[in-house]
Design a protein around this ligand. Structure first.
Ligand code: ARG
Length: 397
């Protein structure tokens, strides 16, 4: 049975993009005027801005994103530092990264990281001050911890949006140009804590004062790589959207019992820190929900080649080598280092899949000596691929 599902999985991955055979998140079904694309230029190519994260407009000239989105190792000392404002800019007022008409791009003037994140990775948020007030888009208000906590209690439906990757098991990392959305229920702290137990070296910890989980127990709906920094929102009684989370991390994407972890910005600790920089009483929102629920789940998201395939997760509870690899990569600090780590997991996964296909073919050969020769050939092909991939990764430095 497990064999079958693996074969099915690889068959699905091998299908052409147009055969979007399984369930998926959807393209954005409504305006999200607070949604911003976070673009970053690496040190060695200061004009090559690329979307790496999401962010939200929370004041006329204030942007909220994930702390881990503003760290990179720019001087090659293998430690990540907060990136200079000049390396960061924001695309405001469009859902399509290629269509910038009617949108604006504004640079960063100041980047502030939540101090406990800088010290020990707790509270994955940063507030960026723009070089000028935004004229496109519209800010979103954070849910007020004093009065609006019931809006995001466990079980309430929330929505997350992003331009991140669509297919967690994708052999290549693909991103979307069009904004995607997915609905996920809020998860209790007890369930989240069970999914991310303290001192678990693979999954990482959950801290109930600064983290909150969202997602289905069965997986399938989630944010993923490239969505980080983006907003998790809930409607209030009148349908106005309020921000309650910032995409931070997760064990894989869309895996069962492995909810997405979000920075808990609707609770006092993070709220107060943000409020001191972007006063929330000044933020009036115009974002009204029209509750057009996406039909079905699947890992949310996206790819820049227009693919719409979404991978149904057929994993068991024992983490695969790929899952473990991605979980490690998800906790690498620094944008370039993290991208490299993710890429490395994907390339290793691609090698494993190719090797598996190869040995399967070999096993079908008629004589024992032919089978053995074929398996040796699979091994040498795998080594050659590893060398090729190492070159790819080195080129990403
Ligand atoms: N850390 C990822 C990023 O940099 C986001 C991962 C979110 N994962 C999840 N399972 N919700 O984009």
């Amino acid at each position: 049975m497990r064999r079958l599902s693996f074969a099915l999985l690889f068959a699905l991955l091998a299908l052409p993009a147009s055969a979007s055979a399984v369930i998926g998140g959807t393209d954005a079904t409504r305006p999200y005027p607070y949604m911003i694309a976070f673009e970053y230029a690496p040190a060695d190519d200061p004009n090559d801005f690329d979307q790496v994260c999401g962010a939200s407009l929370i004041g006329a000239d204030k942007v909220l994103t994930a702390a881990h989105c503003v760290y990179d190792d720019r001087n090659g000392d293998r430690r990540s530092e907060v990136v200079p404002p000049s390396s960061v800019r924001f695309l405001i007022g469009t859902q399509d990264l290629r269509n910038r008409t009617g949108a604006e791009t504004i640079g960063a003037a100041k980047i502030e990281v939540f101090p406990e994140y800088d010290a020990d990775f707790k509270g994955d948020i940063a507030v960026v001050t723009l070089q000028r007030a935004a004229t496109k888009g519209a800010p979103i208000r954070l849910a007020n911890p004093a009065t609006e906590k019931p809006l995001w209690a466990a079980g309430k439906q929330a929505t997350v949006t992003g331009w991140g990757t669509s297919i967690f098991l994708d052999p290549g990392l693909d991103y979307r140009n069009r904004l995607r959305e997915v609905r996920v229920p809020m998860v209790s702290d007890a369930d989240c804590d069970a999914a991310y137990p303290l001192d678990d070296p693979i999954r990482g910890d959950f801290y109930a004062d600064v983290d909150v989980c969202a997602g289905e127990r069965t997986g399938l709906k989630d944010s993923c790589q490239g969505d980080s920094g983006g907003p998790l929102v809930v409607p209030d009684a009148s349908g106005t959207l309020l921000q309650v989370g910032v995409v931070s991390r997760g064990f894989g994407c869309g895996y069962p019992n492995s909810y997405g972890v979000y920075a808990r910005v609707g609770d006092t600790k993070l709220y107060n820190w943000i409020d001191a920089r972007a006063p929330q009483s000044a933020t009036t929102t115009t974002t009204t929900s029209t509750s057009t629920a996406p039909t079905d789940g699947g890992t949310t998201t996206t790819d820049r080649s227009g693919e719409t395939t979404t991978t149904q997760t057929t994993t068991t509870q024992t983490p695969t080598a790929f899952q473990r690899c991605m979980a490690r990569a998800d906790r690498v600090r620094g944008l370039s280092a993290r991208r490299r780590a993710v890429r490395s997991c994907q390339l290793a996964q691609r090698r494993r899949a190719a090797y598996r296909r190869c040995t399967k073919r070999a096993a079908k050969l008629g004589t024992r000596s032919r089978r053995e020769r074929a398996v040796r050939k699979c091994r040498s092909e795998r080594r050659a691929a590893a060398r090729r991939h190492a070159r790819v990764l080195r080129a990403m430095r």
